[in-house]
Design a protein around this ligand. Structure first.
Ligand SMILES: [Zn+2]
Ligand SMILES: [Zn+2]
Length: 263
């Protein structure tokens, strides 16, 4: 049995908990340490018992409390070499034994959980998404992706639960107040995944194995929960995939723990 719970999700900060009876990990810690501790407490988990923090990339909405938590509770941090080079200064002093380098495609064992990173297209040094395996269960965290490719589809396929980015509504972004260069960055191949693209990706990988999808990492300015959910639902309906029947889908909450699922 594995528990899976987004603790915070959105362009303002991201952290995801996954754990078994014996092991507790975070993917990213991009809100304050206090918020993460509170969110963990709300699902009856203890930050002091975390076994590892895996980091997707160096952007502040993913690393804000990584150094703080590591120092406070002596937690090892896992990240790619490129991410380490670009985040280390922001983290503050990290003890040598808690600095762990991972490689895309290689499995990392933490007690009874296995975590594998995969490359994602994003404007960071060496960004990754993660597959988390426990027993027969596979979870996937895939946010901060400008587009998707066959490799990403393979990594999502056969997942039992997925946290997938639905960052923006393309029309809202284009008509919104962001400067042209920022719009181009977000819409670009290394930017963020639009709602409609999240729907296509889910449609491409959908199988009986997928039981639960959280849509997350929503833009504060260029999306709403309703628009994201409806856009993805409609893309899937056009392919005869019915949300609520074929699988469950919900929005990951921006500022607190979402409903946690056990698989
Ligand atoms: Zn990012
Ligand atoms: Zn982000």
């Amino acid at each position: 049995m594995i528990k899976f719970c987004p603790l915070a999700s959105g362009s303002s900060g991201n952290s995801i908990f996954a754990g078994t009876e014996n092991t507790r990990i975070l993917i990213d810690a991009g809100v304050s340490g206090k918020k993460i501790q509170e969110a963990l407490a709300s699902i009856e988990e203890d930050a002091a018992k975390l076994d590892a923090i895996f980091v997707t990339h160096e952007h502040v909405d993913h690393i804000k409390a990584v150094g703080i938590l590591s120092r406070r509770f002596d937690i090892p941090i896992f990240a790619t070499e490129g991410t380490w080079q670009n985040m280390e200064r922001e983290l503050g002093a990290i003890s040598r034994k808690n600095k762990c380098i991972i490689y895309s495609g290689e499995k990392n064992i933490v007690n009874d959980i296995c975590i594998k990173a995969f490359d994602i297209p994003h404007d960071a040094a060496q960004p990754v998404g993660y597959n988390i395996f426990a027993g027969d269960t596979k979870l996937t965290v895939a946010t901060d992706m400008g587009h998707y490719n066959d490799d990403i589809k393979e990594n999502l396929a056969d997942s039992n639960a997925i946290l997938l980015e639905a960052n923006h509504d393309i029309d809202m972004l284009k008509k919104g107040s962001y400067p042209f260069s920022l719009k181009q960055r977000i819409l670009g191949l290394n930017g963020h995944l639009a709602n409609v693209t999240a729907g296509s990706l889910l449609g491409d990988v959908m199988s009986e194995k997928i039981k639960h999808v959280y849509l997350g990492h929503l833009s504060n300015d260029n999306n709403t929960e309703e628009i994201a959910y409806e856009t993805v639902r409609k893309v899937l309906a056009s392919r005869n995939i019915i949300v609520g029947k074929d699988f469950e889908m919900e929005m990951a909450k921006r500022d607190c723990a979402s409903r946690y699922i056990k698989l």
